[in-house]
Design a protein. Structure first.
Length: 417
């Protein structure tokens, strides 16, 4: 779909919506030796009931790290700002990387096969699967994968996202924003919209054999748990933990979903995109990237135009000027022609499309230490300048990349003409 074909009434109505979202998460990951063999995380970290507490130098709580089965997990302290949430995540990474040997690796794969000897040596608590149920927003029933942990050689890593309401007591109880976080109906609407706006757009970035294997057991469409503050969205795998860029991306799309709920426009969106809930559900459960790509091409002009750059990482106003100062005109909606492409400019939407075409590795590296600028620090001399956001990360990764510059010019022309 072209920019010229969007329903401007829906875009403008949604752009008037404002929302503040509390963001947290408990993503999982694996620890491997220098040869890449996955080890049991209990060799390095305590269990969740005796977890390591992570604090800043100023003694501010940043999160917890512990083992949960064979995999490790971090429970990151929540924040209403993606930048600060990334800072909290980085503090957890710093703790983990200071705990394991230098030649060991972090493995961010949705599914890995664990050697029998490793399973047998693991803590008894690590040899079983978690028993707390989660739920399916489509079937309205509990998800109960049937597996014998002692015989099942695979382990799975989720990238569970926590979203909560902010200052709900100051709003009317019938406000769509309040209902989204406090009612069963609101939870179900939010989870289905997160499937539509977070998982469908990023399915191509999380669609390898491991992702498909995980979805057969965990992380199906609509997978969630209700929480006292809102919801825990359990469909995504751990892929977004690779970089502050990808963290910012998925949580930005999550915030955008809340903005649309607050505007009460999600049904209008589905009608405009001409996609129903069952198509979205089947697409995710079957890892159907072809269908997901088709849905995204119709959805992306709306995503490009909705929200301010601070709440939507794929907004067409998300760019940098030649002196690197971020700017985004809140009145800009981009109906009248493509934005600037010459000079020192990287558009976040073009960066995202570049990753969809060329793979996540075209922009994001596989070394967690490098991506999170650890242990060098934040912008120290002779070290990388660490950026928390998707927009700033896209700029620093791709500025001066001739292949990307050609792609960006072509892509924006296609989107507008």
């Amino acid at each position: 779909m072209k920019i010229s074909k969007v329903n401007k009434t829906i875009v403008d109505k949604t752009r008037k919506s404002t929302s503040v979202v509390s963001m947290g998460g408990d993503p999982e990951f694996f620890i491997a030796d220098k040869r890449g063999k996955v080890l049991n995380a209990d060799a390095f970290l305590p269990g969740k009931h005796n977890s390591h507490i992570v604090r800043s130098d100023g003694d501010r709580f940043k999160g917890k790290v512990f083992f949960d089965g064979i995999q490790a997990e971090m429970a990151v302290a929540h924040n209403t700002c993606r930048e600060y949430f990334a800072v909290n995540t980085r503090a957890c990474w710093r703790h983990v990387l200071s705990t394991i040997p230098e030649d060991h690796k972090i493995v961010l794969k949705p599914a890995v096969k664990v050697q029998k000897a490793i399973l047998e040596r693991a803590d008894p608590e690590a040899r079983r699967f978690g028993c707390a149920p989660d739920f399916n927003a489509y079937t309205l029933s509990a998800n109960t994968p049937e597996m014998d942990a002692s015989r099942h050689p695979f382990r799975y890593a989720g990238g569970h996202m926590h979203l909560g309401g902010y200052e709900l007591k100051y709003k009317r109880s019938d406000d769509p924003y309040v209902k989204a976080f406090t009612t069963e109906e609101g939870h179900l609407r939010m989870i289905k919209l997160l499937d539509f706006l977070v998982t469908i757009p990023t399915l191509l970035l999380d669609s390898g054999p491991g992702a498909k294997k995980r979805r057969a057991k965990y992380g199906k469409a609509g997978c969630f748990r209700p929480t006292p503050y809102g919801i825990e969205y359990r469909t995504p795998s751990c892929w977004w933990l690779k970089s502050p860029m990808t963290l910012s991306l998925v949580y930005g799309l999550g915030k955008l979903a809340v903005l649309i709920l607050a505007a009460d426009t999600e049904e209008d969106f589905r009608k405009e995109i001409n996609v129903d809930e069952e198509t979205i559900r089947g697409c995710i459960d079957e890892s159907d990237t072809k269908t997901a790509s088709g849905i995204w091409k119709n959805l992306r002009p709306y995503i490009a135009l909705i929200g301010r750059s601070y709440s939507n990482p794929l907004n067409m106003g998300s760019l940098f000027s030649t002196d690197r100062r971020y700017y985004a005109d809140s009145r800009y909606v981009g109906y009248n022609g493509p934005p600037k492409t010459t000079g020192r400019v990287v558009h976040a939407l073009a960066c995202f499309e570049y990753m969809l075409k060329n793979g996540l590795d075209a922009v994001i590296g596989n070394n967690v230490r490098n991506e999170w600028a650890l242990p060098i620090g934040f912008g120290l001399p002779n070290g990388p300048v660490w950026r928390n956001g998707f927009v700033s990360g896209a700029f620093n990764k791709l500025i001066g990349n001739e292949d990307f510059e050609k792609f960006q010019t072509s892509f924006l022309k296609e989107l507008y003409t």
